[in-house]
Design a binder for this molecule. Structure first.
Ligand code: DOR
Ligand code: ZN
Length: 346
């Protein structure tokens, strides 16, 4: 493999928002074009809290995959206070649920039905630990006295370290980490604790949200942090440690919902996700580590087979459109209006 062409096993996206309805139909082809499988977030309205709802949602996703494209949606259950552990275990045993997701109530988009106190789901965590079902965490406290830039670090102290201690055999993915604190926590924890990292948290720091004016399309949750944190995330992603793997957190919102007096959190990166990661790994002189991060460590952690087919990236221009017309609206993609130095061939 020379430095101008990169051939790697087809990657998977271990964290994505595919939405529903017309938006689902519009965005699923973007994810399915690059990724073989994806862990699909359950924060629909209403949230996906039962195996039956997840199976129906999976059918709708499969119907949105273009003909001739192979793509496997991996479904998650949205955890609510006092959720029935038997529903989780049954859905997992039937191959409907791959994992369950903790949204602390009011932490982010469509999280109002989330968990108000992690102790309310301790029976569920007990059952998940027993059957080997991964626990996916949006790791932010929601207390208003905690500064928004500190919410991830405080979550580690107030919640995550206790969960890890109380459930030592539970598989946990600390989703879309944004801080050096999270990198250090994951590195110091046992092999059952891993983390996903988004393309945008590798590419931007919090100042980018205010460059020349307010940039709503760079606002997501957890919000981007200081440069020192971005550098820690980049070092973790390219380290070759199997604890860190790809999860885009691609989260489309109509342009009007972003450019608003109360703009939604979420960055839509699915159309050019692998090119964005390739840019980071190239800048870090670590293109040889991209395959592990994108295509090996995720399936290894989840206990799933590696993908057998390959994708090719070549050094060359990818012009990212400033806007995409999707589902009767416009969506501004991540890197919109920029040119990336890698091209996804297929
Ligand atoms: O920025 C975000 N957008 N963070 C989340 O946790 C949810 C997501 C969404 O659903 O829009
Ligand atoms: Zn997300």
């Amino acid at each position: 493999m020379n430095a101008e062409t990169l051939v790697i096993r087809r990657p998977d996206d271990w964290h994505v928002h595919l939405r529903d309805g017309a938006m689902l139909a519009a965005v699923t082809p973007h994810t399915a074009r690059q990724f073989a499988r994806a862990i699909v977030m359950p924060n629909l309205k209403p949230p996906v809290t039962t195996a039956a709802a997840a199976a129906a949602y999976r059918d709708r996703i499969r119907a949105a995959v273009p003909a001739g494209v192979t793509f496997e949606p991996l479904m998650t259950c949205y955890l609510v206070d006092h959720i029935d552990p038997d529903e989780l275990v049954r859905g997992f045993a039937e191959g409907i649920f791959t994992a369950a997701k903790l949204y602390p109530a009011h932490a982010t988009t469509n999280s109002a039905a989330g968990v108000t106190d992690v102790r309310h789901i301790y029976p569920a965590l007990e059952a998940m630990q027993r059957v080997g079902m991964p626990f996916l965490i949006h790791g932010e406290v929601t207390d208003h006295d905690v500064d928004i830039f500190d919410r991830e670090a405080v979550f580690i102290e107030r919640t995550l370290q206790h969960v890890v201690a109380d459930f030592p055999a539970l598989k946990i993915v600390f989703e879309h980490i944004t801080t050096r604190d999270a990198v250090q926590f994951v590195e110091g924890a046992g092999p059952l604790i891993a983390a996903t990292i988004t393309p945008h948290h590798l590419a931007i720091n919090r100042s980018a949200m205010f460059e020349g004016g307010i940039r709503p399309h760079l606002y997501c949750l957890p919000v981007a942090k200081r440069e020192v944190h971005r550098l820690a995330l980049r070092a973790a992603a390219v380290s070759g440690s199997p604890k860190f793997f790809l999860g885009t957190d691609s989260a489309p919102h109509p342009v009007g919902d972003k450019e608003s007096d109360c703009g939604c959190a979420g960055i839509y990166n699915a159309p050019f996700a692998i090119e964005s990661y390739a840019k980071t790994f190239d800048e870090e002189r670590a293109l040889d580590r991209l395959e592990g991060f994108a295509s090996l460590f995720g399936p290894q952690f989840y206990g799933l087979p590696l993908n057998e087919d390959r994708i090719t990236l070549v050094r060359g221009e990818t012009i990212v459109p400033a806007r995409l017309a999707l589902a009767g609206t416009d969506v501004v993609p991540f890197h919109g209006g920029q040119t990336l130095g890698w091209r996804f061939v297929g």
